[in-house]
Design a protein around this ligand. Structure first.
Ligand SMILES: N[C@@H](CCC(=O)N[C@@H](CS)C(=O)NCC(=O)O)C(=O)O
Length: 241
């Protein structure tokens, strides 16, 4: 049995969930509480960041490493092309998504959502330890401040993230124009990475959590600006998730 240590709301964790489910691999999810996750994660491997996949007593972290491991161990429904050129292109776009989409989407979303404990705490505690709500009720003010500091969620940083993300989305639109997939003529980890890391802006179905009907401001306005540009994400989710 494989075990995925994760946060239900995390888009990097969604990337790993999607890969596992696309490949029809049975696995168990263990939802960790932000703050308390670090000790468990560091006991499993050297980093505190999730997702972490455990299989046969081996712990793998980094969503891209998890996909490589899964394709190696479970070759069915491979997400990595075999052709060397296509493989290189696919890994390039996945890296682009991991570095250019993931952090900015997270910054923009948390900048608003951390100020709404009524919305975010149920995601943090979803199907986690029984004491999750109790723990959050006591620690949330400190935890949210720590998260804001770690992610540098001040207005200037969020504005920089919005500007970068607008450019990144333009790059994506230009690349995908006239194509069905990021690389070649089949669904790959490049499509999966780009779509899962943009998914919180699109509130895609099958992400694994129920999105709020309306995001609070200023996230709602930001999301509505991007929405017309992100049809491709909805299509990929509909077809392959
Ligand atoms: N490059 C990593 C990024 C993972 C990541 O940033 N995870 C965040 C959640 S979205 C996390 O675990 N943050 C808490 C921490 O690092 O302690 C990947 O692809 O897996």
């Amino acid at each position: 049995m494989l075990t995925l240590y994760q946060f239900p709301i995390s888009h990097y964790c969604e990337k790993a969930r999607w890969a596992l489910e696309y490949k029809n691999i049975e696995y168990k999810k263990v939802n960790l509480l932000p703050g308390l996750h670090a000790k468990k994660a560091r006991n499993l491997c050297s980093s505190s960041s999730l997702p972490i996949l455990v299989h046969n007593n081996k712990a793998i972290n980094e969503s891209s490493e998890i996909i490589s491991y899964l394709d190696h161990m479970f070759p069915m429904n491979s997400l990595t092309p075999t052709d060397p050129h296509l493989k290189q292109e696919t890994l390039k776009w996945e890296k682009f998504a991991d570095e250019m989409i993931g952090p900015d989407v997270r910054c923009i979303c948390y900048h608003t959502l951390l100020d709404h404990p009524d919305i975010i705490i149920p995601y943090f505690t979803n199907e986690g330890p029984w004491y999750g709500k109790l723990y959050m009720n006591v620690t949330y003010p400190k935890l949210s401040q720590k998260m804001k500091n770690l992610m540098k969620l001040d207005d200037a940083e969020v504005e920089a993230s919005q500007n970068r993300l607008s450019q990144t989305i333009q790059t994506i639109i230009a690349h995908i124009h006239g194509r069905s997939f990021f690389v070649g003529d089949a669904f790959s980890r490049a499509d999966l990475a780009v779509a899962s890391l943009l998914a919180p802006l699109c509130k895609t179905k099958k992400y694994g959590i129920e999105w709020p009907e309306e995001y609070p401001e200023p996230l709602a306005s930001t999301v509505s600006e991007y929405n017309n540009s992100l049809d491709w994400v909805h299509r990929i989710y509909k077809q392959f998730r």
